[in-house]
Design a protein around this ligand. Structure first.
Ligand code: ADP
Ligand code: MG
Length: 369
């Protein structure tokens, strides 16, 4: 190979918004036969918006604001677009967890996790936290037939903080909701808060009630992503977010296919949301519900089948896959780690930059041969 021609190709890429890290990357780019595209932030804009908040009818939180406040508190440490959508919406409404006391219906003790039964959903302080002018509205959650447990006091005066918030890559986020107050046994109680996929809920043994399952179905039918919030193993609600497919996505995929490349959409999102995007942009194959660690295995499986794979991603939950692929292309809206893991950085928002870069590499290799 003539290094000069390769360097000319690298230079030409720079003019097109295609930052090729060196001659090797350009050579690899000219030889790939499969293009794997991440969904969120790659085929879509990745700027998600919160569409709705759904409160579980028999859950531990009384209203949308409470669901959103708790969700946002544990999402603050995640850089996922869903986390951004949730925290932005909470900020816009001025919601914060310390103000939560007045919005709580109940919190079950950890021993109750997942075993919430009908008639056991509303609890109050035997000393009278429930009062006619209080947090429960007439049509709402209070039911004379419910059992009240003095050991599990609801008290608007209690203080709440969320600690140890952390992202669970490809699944959601978690944190601890710490409640302190005179009515709390031992002065303080802690419950685990989780937000994320229905699979994550299954892992912690949280049962998704029918009303929330229906909300998730409705979201999936719209091609939107619904995530579930649970406190102490009890489902509190769902949050539905929307993303927008990039205007350039369908044309870019069509061009890749016209170049003889096999196109694959790879995502951690659930099957139906993934299909909706896949059908709309016209990829050959959709691989959904894949955890970040399994994205690497998916690339390796394609390679083991003899494919030379390019991976296009933004580095959020796919940096390792970018590094594993024969060629990693990072879209510039992504993370620093994506820039480090990739062989080629795409600094144009228009997805045509993907077929452009492969076409450039092929042309350059042809001039060499
Ligand atoms: P993608 O492959 O589309 O980029 P991810 O692998 O980042 O998706 O995430 C997969 C799924 O995990 C998301 O669709 C969402 O359901 C869930 N998830 C990931 N991160 C979060 C988060 N911070 N909050 C809530 N849900 C999340
Ligand atoms: Mg992504």
């Amino acid at each position: 190979a003539t290094p000069t021609a390769l360097m000319v190709g690298v230079g030409r890429g720079g003019q097109l918004g295609i930052l090729i890290k060196g001659p090797d990357a350009l050579e690899a780019s000219g030889r790939i036969d499969t293009v794997v595209l991440d969904k969120t932030g790659t085929l879509t804009t990745g700027r998600m918006a919160l569409e709705r908040t759904v409160v579980a009818a028999d859950g531990p939180l009384a209203d949308e604001d409470a669901v959103l406040a708790v969700a946002a508190a544990i999402e603050r440490r995640s850089e996922h677009p869903i986390a951004r959508a949730v925290t932005d919406a909470a900020d816009a409404r001025g919601l914060a967890v310390p103000g939560l006391g007045a919005q709580l219906r109940t919190l079950s003790p950890a021993a109750d996790a997942g075993t919430s039964a009908a008639g056991d959903n509303v609890r109050s302080d035997a000393g009278g936290a429930y009062d006619a002018g209080g947090a429960y509205d007439a049509g709402g959650a209070y039911d004379a037939g419910d059992a009240y447990d003095a050991g599990d006091a609801y008290d608007a005066g209690d203080a709440y903080v969320v600690t140890e918030a952390a992202a669970l890559p490809g699944q959601g986020a978690r944190g601890l909701l710490v409640r302190s107050g005179d009515a709390v046994p031992g002065g303080e109680s802690t419950e685990e808060v989780m937000i994320g996929t229905p699979e994550l809920m299954a892992q912690i043994g949280a049962i998704v009630p029918d009303d929330i399952a229906r909300a998730l179905e409705a979201a999936a039918d719209e091609g939107r992503t619904g995530v579930v919030l649970a406190i102490g193993g009890r489902v509190a609600g769902a949050l539905v977010v929307s993303d927008r497919i990039k205007d350039s996505a369908a044309e870019a995929v069509a061009r890749l296919r016209a170049m003889g490349l096999h196109t694959v959409l790879l995502t951690g999102d659930h099957e139906r949301a993934a299909r909706a995007v896949g059908d709309s942009v016209g990829v050959d194959e959709v691989i959904a519900g894949v955890l970040p660690t399994d994205k690497v295995a998916t690339i390796e499986r394609l390679q083991a089948a003899g494919r030379r794979v390019a991976m296009v991603g933004d580095g959020i939950n796919d940096a390792a896959a970018l590094a594993t692929a024969n060629l990693g292309l990072a879209v510039v809206t992504g993370t620093d780690v994506a820039m480090k893991s990739a062989d080629i950085i795409l600094v144009r928002k228009n997805l045509q930059v993907v077929p452009d870069s492969i076409a450039l590499s092929r042309r350059t290799l042809r001039t060499i041969r």
